[in-house]
Design a protein around this ligand. Structure first.
Ligand code: LLP
Length: 415
């Protein structure tokens, strides 16, 4: 939960605003973010890296709203992108191209061109074939492409299988053993400039050991490359630090980083990180209103106006998000499944929660700042939620609620 969330006389506030007031002004469902919580999360990373040449590249995929990106840009963040669309967002929000790293296994030639013209910091290349494409595109433009190879350190991050990325069996990065040969190939290609090495082993990491093991493997590789005449400018350890959704105990940033700083102590390369969830996850919540209470024989349902199209994580990963009443608890509590109006049994946001609520009451679904809005869809022709950034006692609409007309504006009847 956001450090800036508080209960005052039993009612929930974010920073200096009651959530009930936000719902009254902007409607529901609405994503609500705390600027102070974003800044505090970023400061935790900066402080933990103080004294080390380092760059924190916020992973845009976690939450790509321009308002959020602009907050991080002003704080001096770099950005980790995975598409030309995300690059356009970063630039539109005032982010600097020379602090952008471009990850992803399927970069198109058009995206490479766009990123080369923008002057990004580097491409995190994920295959030998991508290296050849990038060399060709850079050659056509008459520029040299900055290249960092994403290696797969083959460590088990001990997280959900859908979000673990550093094991041999998955599509990300190049095999560790193949890396030296691919670096030699990169050095031989005329339009590439080797700048670094990268890895990312998975998301929602709660244990420090796997990333420390990956860091050691990376250091061995960096030393091997240096002996081979390939000096690097930076070492990118990816994102992945987990957050507390329920009762998890992720290490504080400084503790997560300590063994990594130790592994690279005395090395001159800049250290880069690509945190997403740990910067935004607990800075946001999804505000929703109860449309109906539906008592049943085996289960009671609280049917709300948010659904799996707004927040897919429960349906997709069986993820647990804390649900809290926005008003002071006056009713007797009962156990509810909190579900949306979508025609799928998988359309639930939370199951078996004790809630003291009545029809029309507001609920806050917590820890929804990361992979919430960015994974939202329009299933059931549901316009996507509004997004509000709270800053002290002010509320900025950082995204207006979508309209139904916008949803079919590009469609045509065949006539
Ligand atoms: N860098 C790379 C190359 C990544 O693939 C990711 C996330 C990140 C950085 C940021 O990782 P973070 O610090 O946020 O863990 N939709 C899933 C999470 C997918 C993560 C994909 N990659 C979820 O809702 O849990």
């Amino acid at each position: 939960p956001a450090p800036t969330l508080s209960a005052r006389d039993g009612a929930l506030w974010l920073e200096e605003l009651p959530l009930a007031e936000i719902a009254a002004r902007f409607g529901t469902p609405t994503y609500v973010y705390s600027r102070a919580a974003l800044a505090a999360a970023f400061a935790a990373w900066q402080d933990a890296l103080a004294g080390r040449r380092a760059l924190v590249c916020y992973a845009v995929k976690a939450n790509s709203n321009l308002g959020i990106l602009s907050v991080f840009a002003r704080l001096g963040a770099g950005f980790d992108i995975v598409s030309g669309g995300e690059l356009a967002r970063v630039l539109a929000a005032g982010g600097r191209a020379d602090k952008v790293v471009f990850s992803g296994v399927g970069k198109t030639r058009a995206e490479m061109r766009q990123a080369l013209l923008a002057g990004i910091r580097c491409f995190n290349v994920e295959s030998a074939a991508e290296l050849e494409h990038l060399d060709a595109v850079a050659g056509e433009l008459g520029v040299r492409a900055p290249v960092s190879l994403r290696v797969n350190p083959d460590v088990d991050p001990k997280t959900h299988p859908y979000i673990s990325t550093g094991l041999k069996g998955n599509k990300f990065g190049v095999a560790f053993a193949d890396a030296p040969a691919i670096y030699r190939r990169a050095a031989a290609l005329p339009n590439l400039h080797i700048t670094g090495v990268a890895c990312h082993i998975g998301s929602q990491l709660l244990d420090r050991a796997p990333i420390a093991e990956a860091a050691q493997k990376l250091r061995d590789l960096v030393e091997h490359l240096a002996a081979d005449g390939m000096a690097l400018e930076h070492i990118d350890l990816g994102g992945g630090l987990g957050i507390r959704y329920r009762d998890e105990t992720p290490p504080p940033v400084a503790e997560y980083l300590a063994p990594l700083l130790e592994v690279f102590a005395g090395r001159a390369e800049e250290l880069c990180f690509e945190p997403g969830r740990s910067l935004v996850g607990n800075a946001g919540l999804l505000l929703t209103r109860i449309e109906y209470l539906k008592p049943g024989e085996t289960k009671n349902f609280a049917i709300v106006d948010a659904a799996m199209n707004d927040l897919a994580r429960p349906a997709l990963y069986d993820a647990w998000h804390e649900v809290v009443e926005v008003a002071a608890r006056t009713h007797a509590p009962s156990t509810y499944d909190v579900v949306g109006p979508i025609c799928e049994s998988g359309d639930f946001l939370a199951r078996e929660r004790s809630l003291a609520v009545a029809e029309g009451d507001l609920l806050a679904i917590l820890s929804a700042g990361a992979y919430g809005m960015t994974m939202a869809s329009n299933y059931n022709t549901r316009p996507r939620a509004a997004e509000i950034l709270v800053d002290g006692a002010s509320a900025h609409v950082v995204r207006e609620r979508e309209t139904v007309e916008e949803l079919f504006a590009r469609e045509r009847t065949p006539g």
